[in-house]
Design a binder for this molecule. Structure first.
Ligand code: HEC
Length: 127
């Protein structure tokens, strides 16, 4: 039941949320779970770096990235994640190879989450 409701919410999200299915979107997604190779790497990086420890498994923690990413530009995102805001508790990730290589992919994944286009949980590669 809960699962069904979620599927309905996700579907309507995909159809009505601005940004989702947008040709300028930095990700490609089908059915909420099958994503392009870059976005898949972004999701893997998110998990490997334990961003959820502070931002929540559903990106809805105390600093809810699902909301913030609707306002934060890609450039602001890059600067924040790479440099951190150490005085405020956001670590610096520059110099960590997986993050340096996947910063745009991380952005793509989180933007897809913020747009309501990418589902929570396990993702697969879109063939
Ligand atoms: C140790 C806890 C911690 C971890 C781990 C962490 N963050 Fe953060 N992050 C924070 C805090 C605290 C802030 C809020 C900083 C502030 O007040 O400006 C923040 C802010 C941000 C922002 C800016 C949000 C905004 O509205 O300006 C982004 C984007 C972000 N984090 C992404 C990430 C990503 C991606 C990762 C994993 C690579 C990550 N964070 C890991 C604690 C963390």
């Amino acid at each position: 039941m809960k699962r069904h409701l979620l599927a309905v919410l996700l579907l309507s999200g995909t159809m009505h949320t601005p940004g989702a299915g947008d040709k300028d979107a930095p990700y490609v997604v089908k059915d909420g779970r099958r994503v392009d190779a870059g976005t898949l790497e972004g999701w893997r990086t998110w998990r490997a770096m334990g961003c959820a420890r502070c931002h929540g498994e559903e990106q809805d923690g105390a600093i809810p990235l699902v909301d913030r990413l609707q306002r934060l530009s890609k450039e602001q995102f890059r600067i924040t994640v790479l440099n951190g805001r150490q005085d405020r508790g956001m670590p610096r990730f520059a110099g960590i190879k997986q993050v340096d290589q996947n910063i745009d992919n991380l952005y793509a994944y989180l933007k897809g989450r913020a747009d309501g286009a990418i589902a929570l949980g396990h993702l697969e590669k879109l063939e």
